[in-house]
Design a protein around this ligand. Structure first.
Ligand code: TXA
Ligand code: MG
Length: 331
């Protein structure tokens, strides 16, 4: 599972030559390119089928590189880095003038993150040794635009196939959903995308609960488009009380469902494919994209997900499921 020396050397060689590399992070797999090379970054958009005005996250080997990419970094951002890097937190900061528009989608800010996966960190360190100490890897999630993010190397191969010359295999992603995004470029920190690092975690550092703005409208954050993280099979959220009645009705109609539930074990006699999920939000997040992907391949007519509890600790997975439902069933 651990890449060899030769794998890393090949990955660095490809990145330096302006080519793409699939890489593991602790959240989801990324599709990486040299963030300082606009032609290389353009290949990311082409491979994903992603609109070019969507900004990318730049991954760095450590805090030391931040000033090379961002300016006017507020004290609070440094505190967040100290507390959560390496880890699943992306900070939006004012960009340095030289940072290519290809990376920032033409905005005056840049998203930065030091990932917590040992393979990602080793690759970033080796890339920095080859390309200059403050080099960064621009990497969105390694899925086709709008689809389910990959949490294994096999998922990346399934999504992108020949479009990516090398995928480093770092095993299954620990967190399973994308990083928390906090905008520190506008004074008061604002959460743009919920994730494993929760508002409560942030509050412990900020001294108060951050504003949360998972905007509709303009896609400053591509994950904030309504339709995202979506299977090809239609997906519906159904409340726990209605679940069994709903599934029975589907059965009478001859419909086969893929069921995702954290509470309700598989029902005997039902023709449905069942996926019992961990009942805690961290375990649920870890399994979510794999479960969606499996059921999308199971040949069912409908994916039925039991609605989640409403608590703040479920917000990040609830966000992904709502968007998956909005974007599902579109071939
Ligand atoms: O966990 C993650 O963040 C993964 C791994 C690979 O690091 N990456 C990821 O990338 O989820 P992507 O491109 O799928 O989502 C990155 C999000 C996008 O929604 C993008 O709009 C937002 O970050 N973003 C990047 N730069 C931004 C900026 N300057 N202002 C606002 N949003 C930004
Ligand atoms: Mg993505």
């Amino acid at each position: 599972m651990i890449p060899s020396d030769a794998d890393y050397a090949r990955a660095v060689e490809l990145l330096c030559a302006g080519e793409l590399v699939g890489l593991p992070t602790e959240t989801v797999y990324g599709l990486g390119a040299d963030a300082a090379n606009p032609q290389a970054v353009a290949k990311i958009f082409a491979a994903k089928g992603r609109p070019a005005d969507h900004p990318l996250i730049v991954h760095l080997a450590g805090h030391d590189a931040v000033d090379h990419w961002a300016e006017q970094v507020p004290a609070i951002a440094w505190e967040l880095m100290e507390s959560f890097w390496p880890g699943p937190l992306t900070l939006i900061l004012k960009k340095q003038a030289w940072v290519p528009d290809a990376v920032t989608g033409g905005q005056d800010t840049v998203g930065l993150r030091v990932p917590g996966h040992p393979v990602a960190l080793e690759l970033l360190r080796r890339f920095a040794r080859a390309q200059g100490e403050r080099a960064g890897i621009a990497a969105p999630s390694a899925n086709r635009f709008g689809r389910i993010s990959p949490t294994t190397a096999a998922h990346v191969a399934e999504e992108l196939g020949e479009r990516v010359p090398l995928i480093l295999d770092g095993g299954a992603c620990k967190v399973g959903i994308e990083s928390t995004i906090v905008d520190c470029s506008r004074g008061e920190p604002v959460v743009l995308r919920p994730g494993h690092i929760s508002p409560q975690h942030l509050e412990a550092i900020l001294g108060r609960c951050p504003k949360i703005e998972t905007a509709q409208g303009a896609p400053r954050v591509s994950g904030s488009l309504e339709a995202h993280y979506a299977p090809l099979t239609p997906l519906r959220l159904v409340s726990g009380e209605r679940l069994l009645d709903f599934l029975n009705a589907q059965r009478h109609r001859g419909g086969r469902c893929g069921v995702i539930s954290a509470n309700q074990p598989a029902q005997l006699g039902m023709p449905h494919t069942w996926r019992l999920m961990p009942a805690d939000p961290v375990g649920y997040a870890h399994d979510l994209y794999g479960a969606l992907r499996d059921l999308d391949h199971a040949g069912v007519d409908l994916i039925v997900v039991e609605a989640l509890p409403t608590g703040a600790d479920w917000a990040a997975v609830a966000d992904r499921l709502r968007r998956a439902a909005a974007g599902s069933g579109v071939a």
